[in-house]
Design a protein. Structure first.
Lengths: 310, 288
């Protein structure tokens, strides 16, 4: 179960002496959903292109289920299903004809498998229509169908939620979780929006300027947040006096002044009524109490910084 | 190897989903019918040979004591072998598009992330182009037989003709003569199709490939004449495409021997293949 599905070993990519990817290393376990996040131009797509052999690796190596993509290409790529950038298909063929094309490219893919995959991505109704008339959401699903056809151990999806509406995104997220949990497929999803993939990943790697700068265990973070205290932001009329009152109210409270009218607090959910009562009783107006969501989001911005494209 | 045949099947399916492919079949049919109608009504169909323009040939018949045959299905077929020039242009387009369309649609990425490998993918495309040429030529021959039979009937099933095979006039079978013409037209077809294929790989687009290859094919005599005073002209591809004239002893560049021409053609062909294959195999596939 803890077998390594994909491993990057000190992967670097240089194009015309410019280092695009700098010694990126990470491992992905079987059945794990790995998020690959970074601003536009950070090197997400380049890294993915190297994983599927579309780009040569300048230094280092990538192993897929133990097989090198450089020296054992055919065997390695057989284990990979991918959408790189947009889900591009032959527009003049029907969905089914497209899938038949891709089925012929990997020996041993049966007609039954095509039906199975079509069922899985929910394209039954439109599979006999020409792809040229598909919406982006339908094309995205056909792209996933194409990637799953040959039963790969690793699914690589570059920006899978790009251009989808919220319900489409939710569906894709559900597919991906199902695939990972039921079929033990490892999934790599990339995105420039953390919030889009945060909900489906087990771990998230952050890439910036071609370097992998952090790998966060998202699941652990979330669980901690459930049991421990949470962070709340309170907008008040006078933060200084409010802080003084709250400090004397309960020792377990953590109160910090963010600015003249904002308090950052860490407390348990049950403590909120008491805090508010204390503030209001002392003639301090409270305008807003907000749960500071995703500490991960903050972390992401801390890591990425302001100037995203350099 | 079965993988290669599956890839070729894929390419044929894609090719025959283009409207332009069907247009090629239709254009050839329309041309054949048009030629038949014009020949039927306008031309003097009692003669296979025009006495005014081909007096030498008429003399050859007379000196051999042979009767000049009537214009029938065989003559019509022999006339329309020249349509292979037309087919060559279609094949130039097909060779360029089979590469450039994959880049245009972005499907090249999906094509290359399969176990087959890049070399096999490219080979399947190249073979498809050549097979498509064979299909078009067979189609033209069979269709011209049918149309010729309908319009002109047939005199004999074992027809002969007097022709110059490079060593003076002799009597040969029409079928052999047609076969010879087809073989000689195949040479420029394969060369310029390969050229178009290579340029399409280099530029990932079809415009340059089609334009350059058609110029090489159609303007070969002009290009050769323009540079004929330089020594280098005899190494030019365009000087050797018309092997029929070279074998008949009237090459574009004085003194070009068939052996030399064939060598030059082979060198160019290998160069096109090597450049195309290496580029395709080595190049990073990035966002357009």
């Amino acid at each position: 179960m803890t077998e390594i599905a994909l491993e990057l070993k000190n992967v670097s990519k240089r194009i015309k002496n410019k280092e695009i990817i700098k010694e990126v290393s990470f491992q992905i376990k079987q059945g794990e959903v790995f998020g690959f996040v970074g601003p536009n131009g950070a090197g997400k797509t380049t890294t993915i292109r190297m994983m599927v052999g579309l780009m040569k690796i300048t230094e280092g190596d990538i192993h897929i289920v133990g097989k090198s993509i450089q020296t054992d290409y055919s065997e390695a790529i057989r284990e990979v299903g991918a959408i790189v950038e947009n889900p591009e298909m032959y527009p003049f063929l029907t969905g089914r004809k497209n899938l038949e094309q891709f089925a012929r490219m990997v020996p041993g893919t049966t007609k039954e498998r095509i039906e199975e995959v079509v069922q899985l991505v929910g394209l039954k109704k439109v599979i006999n229509d020409r792809v040229g008339g598909y919406s982006l959401g339908m094309r995205q699903r056909l792209g996933i169908a194409q990637a799953l056809l040959h039963k790969p151990s690793i699914l690589i999806l570059d920006e899978p939620t790009n251009g989808l509406d919220p319900s489409g995104m939710k569906e894709i997220r559900q597919y991906i979780r199902t695939l990972a949990e039921k079929e033990n497929v490892s999934v790599i999803v990339s995105s420039h929006l953390l919030s889009e993939i945060e909900l489906m990943c087990d771990r998230i790697g952050v890439i910036k300027n071609g370097s992998l700068i952090a790998v966060e265990d998202v699941e652990k973070n979330r669980k901690l947040g459930d049991t421990d205290m949470s962070e709340f932001i309170i907008s008040v009329s006078n933060a200084q006096t409010a802080k003084a009152h709250l400090d004397s109210l309960d020792e377990s409270l953590f109160v910090e002044m963010a600015d003249e009218t904002t308090l950052k607090t860490a407390m348990k959910r049950e403590q909120i009524p008491a805090v508010l009562k204390e503030l209001l009783n002392n003639n301090i107006n409270v305008y807003e109490v907000q749960a500071a969501k995703g500490t991960l989001e903050d972390k992401f911005f801390d890591l990425i910084g302001e100037n995203v494209i350099e | 190897m079965s993988n290669l045949s599956q890839l070729i099947k894929n390419e044929f399916i894609k090719l025959h989903h283009y409207k332009s492919t069907w247009a090629m079949y239709i254009i050839i049919a329309v041309l054949l019918i048009g030629v038949a109608v014009i020949t039927n009504f306008v031309a003097n169909q009692s003669m296979i040979i025009d006495a005014t323009f081909q007096s030498e040939l008429v003399q050859a018949y007379q000196s051999m004591g042979l009767e000049i045959p009537a214009y029938d299905m065989w003559a019509f077929m022999a006339d329309n072998i020249s349509l292979i020039s037309f087919i060559t242009i279609f094949i130039i387009v097909a060779a360029a598009k089979i590469i450039s369309n994959e880049y245009k649609w972005g499907t090249i990425k999906l094509l290359l992330i399969r176990p087959a490998g890049r070399g096999t993918v490219l080979t399947s495309k190249y073979i498809t182009v050549l097979l498509f040429a064979a299909v078009l030529i067979l189609y033209t021959i069979i269709l011209s037989m049918i149309i010729g039979l309908i319009f002109f009937g047939v005199d004999t099933w074992n027809p002969t003709i007097v022709d110059n095979l490079g060593s003076g006039y002799t009597e040969i079978s029409i079928i052999a003569s047609i076969g010879k013409d087809v073989l000689f037209s195949l040479v420029p077809l394969i060369i310029v199709a390969t050229l178009s294929f290579m340029i399409a790989i280099l530029f990932k687009g079809s415009a340059m490939a089609i334009a350059a290859s058609i110029v090489v094919f159609i303007a070969a005599p002009i290009i050769t004449m323009m540079v004929s005073r330089y020594e280098i002209a005899k190494y030019l591809l365009t000087a050797h495409l018309d092997l029929q004239s070279i074998f008949a002893g009237s090459p574009l560049i004085e003194g070009t021997a068939p052996g030399f021409s064939i060598t030059v053609l082979i060198v160019y062909y290998i160069a096109f293949m090597v450049v195309g294959w290496l580029t395709f195999k080595k190049r990073d596939v990035a966002g357009n």
